[in-house]
Ligand binder design. Structure first.
Ligand code: ATP
Length: 388
């Protein structure tokens, strides 16, 4: 199979509603997707992932910008002439056809020799692991098997580009895991340049050579998953990647020290005094003998070697007004009036944070412990969420 690079140049899509209200679904996207790689297009609902994918496929016309497959400008090329394979969330198989007929279907208009078409259909069915189910109808298959048929059907024309739009969303947790590994294997074996759209960070991180993180139509960061996790470009990226999520503290830089209330989190050499939001990954703490970061442990969850500690934030890390509001909210929840979520109201200022430490530390609820912060697991942001 020929592998090609995909280049998006200033790609923009503006939707206009009847009342003339405009939505900029994709805003000036500049991305190069290397030949033979799998790119995960990631971001919250409504950030423009599907719109981007549909423009690449040709199903949507960009408002501005160009799309290149290799050296060819395909912006005005019809979808069926672009050499793409598409797989959607709902498998969209023909229910009255067998698996074999479904996979063969895209080849029918190609006037391909029948023997050769059958051979190829069998080859891709085997590749995705459903070669033994060719005589079945879609209703006789599990969700994961149906999705594999959809993938085989997308591959059978030997496209230059494979576009997957949330292909695993309809599968249960175990099948999701298994099918995503399959997709990775198939992509490696065929070497087909692939774009995988998902809102699930773990899925994107595990499957992609590179991820592109989008928010409100704008690219936030692109890179190898681990690099983006280790070096988030801004607060949005830091918050979006990571499970459990990054801990956020209101703090300040004072005489080159990073302070949260009276606790020192580290040093910020050469940085001027200012208010900051401090992000620390849950794995970014050590339990130590001496530290000004002295905290009380609320809950302890141990799974295997790791213990997750849920800890009260140090004094001064939480705005007293927010604390008061949270107290009122939790009182309401206790009264059973409202099932409101504190996380939704002010995720930055929750009164607790998480630290993942070695289970050997044997920490118990109620313990008062001292923590140090690993500098490479800590990030500083200004009030606009920019990394400083
Ligand atoms: P999801 O994960 O929920 O599918 P997404 O990241 O794929 O989200 P898009 O479907 O690309 O997001 O939508 C991006 C933005 O464009 C959203 O604000 C959406 O409401 C808007 N939008 C999408 N299609 C249209 C349309 N046909 N007309 C008007 N607005 C649209």
């Amino acid at each position: 199979m020929e592998t090609i690079e995909i280049k998006l140049q200033n790609l923009t899509k503006v939707f206009q509603a009847k009342n003339k209200e405009e939505t900029i679904a994709v805003n000036d996207l500049d991305i190069t997707i290397p030949a033979g790689k799998l790119i995960g297009l990631l971001g919250p609902s409504g950030c423009g992932k599907s719109t981007t994918l549909y423009m690449i496929s040709g199903l949507l016309k960009p408002t501005e910008g160009r799309i290149f497959f290799g050296d060819t400008d395909v912006t005005d090329v019809a979808p069926e002439k672009r050499g793409i394979g598409l797989v959607f969330q709902n498998y969209a198989l023909y229910p009255h056809m067998t698996v074999k007929q479904n996979i063969l279907f895209p080849l029918e208009n190609l006037k391909m020799d029948k023997e050769k078409a059958l051979e190829r259909a069998q080859f891709y069915a085997d590749l995705v692991g459903i070669g033994h189910l060719m005589a079945r109808k879609p209703v006789q298959l599990s969700g994961g098997q149906q999705q594999r048929v959809a993938i085989a059907r997308a591959l059978v024309k030997e496209p230059r580009v494979l576009l997957l739009d949330e292909p695993l969303s309809n599968l249960d947790a175990r099948l999701r895991l298994q099918t995503r590994e399959e997709i990775k294997r198939i992509q490696k074996e065929t070497g087909i340049t692939t774009i995988f759209v998902t809102h699930d960070q773990e899925e994107a991180m595990s499957i992609s050579d590179e991820i592109v993180l989008m928010q409100e139509g704008i690219q936030q960061q692109k890179g190898a998953p681990q690099d983006v996790y280790d070096k988030p470009a801004n607060l949005f990226v830091a918050k979006f990647l990571g499970s459990p999520p990054i801990n956020l503290f209101e703090g300040r830089i004072e005489n080159e020290k990073i302070m949260v209330g009276k606790a020192q989190f580290g040093r910020a050499e050469g940085k001027k005094d200012q208010k900051v939001v401090i992000g620390v990954r849950p794995e970014g703490f050590n339990i130590v003998e001496r530290s000004s970061l002295k905290v009380t442990v609320d809950f302890v969850e141990t799974i295997g070697r790791d213990t997750t500690l849920i800890i009260q934030k140090p004094e001064g890390a939480v705005d007293p007004e927010v604390l008061k509001a949270q107290q009122e909210e939790s009182d309401e929840m206790i009264d059973g009036i409202e099932e409101g979520s504190i996380e939704e109201t002010a995720p930055e200022q929750k009164a607790t944070f998480r630290a993942i430490v070695d289970a050997d530390n044997r920490v118990k609820p109620g313990d008062v412990i001292k923590l140090s912060v690993k500098p490479h697991k800590m990030f500083l942001f200004n009030k606009d969420g920019e990394l400083i």
